[in-house]
Design a protein around this ligand. Sequence first.
Ligand code: PHE
Length: 342
Amino acid sequence: MNPDIKEILSQLEQLKQNFLDEISNNLDARNTEDIKVKYLGRKGKLSSFFSLLGKVTPENKPLLGQELNRLKNFLQSEVDNLSKSVTKKSKKDDFFDISLPGVPAEIGTKHPLYQVLDEIKSIFTSLGFTTETGPELETDFYNFEALNIPKDHPSRDLQDTFYITDELVLRTHTSPVQIRTMKKMKPPIRMIAPGKCYRKDSIDATHFPVFHQVEGLCVDVGVTFADLKGIIWAFAKRLFGEDVKIRFRPSFFPFTEPSAEYDFSCVKCNGKGCNICKGTGWLEISGAGMVDPAVFKYVDYDSDKYTGYAFGMGVERIAMLKYQVADIRDFYENDLRFLKQF
Ligand code: PHE
């Protein structure tokens, strides 16, 4: 009696199913070879079906032949794919030595200038100051006009200021944030404004065309120069230690009256005189003064009622003193040998 073709085809279907189950559980290269032998080898599961070709009825022979070839090709290509992907995987795995120490990810550190800026901010925050910001691209009005800097003032010189248009400049200081803040809020005001400033300076060890300032402003009833000195002194002590001394020298700014420049006693030699303070014992920090009543006019503050003080601060300068950095350019060159020291 001829074997039943339907029965044979269903056995082939079962064989294909078993094969697929096995390869989906296959984990390593050796297993793949076993599967190949088990199904496609000379004594393998598929080979035994070929012997049935001679036993089925002549009309079923082509059908069975076709089915067997199709299945054989299918199994062959599946086994080939599998061994390819398994060898790829195992080659990669060969590189992985789980006993090796991990490769630490290089996480950067905060730039030294911003570390100092953070410290300045946290000192003033603890003294009750808020932090305000303003745009780096500033109008002539905020950068100059409202700060009582008339059109012919030397600081407007084309040599110093980056003009974008007649009306727009890269801010030359953070003082325009004083005006923006006073326009936005009514007294009492106690704020600092940290940020980038730009000047057309030629680059040398102490000048760079972009630099950072922190502006300070306090406006209220009865604010005096003594308050200004108190705040600067408190700040200096927090930043450089209890022994630091401060001094104010008369100066001029169009937006403060009276105006001063203030110095800290040298943090390196304690006022005795050294190379950092060029033998003077003092380090210049920036300018300060009482807000000029002319400025209050621009922001509609009653100068009979309110007084205020303002001060500036050069962040690069303070960072150079704090970390004893001799050249401002080091902050901008992004040399990791420099940056990694902080
Ligand atoms: N804006 C001044 C400068 O850049 C510093 C300053 C700020 C002076 C506030 C007085 C009051 O030099």
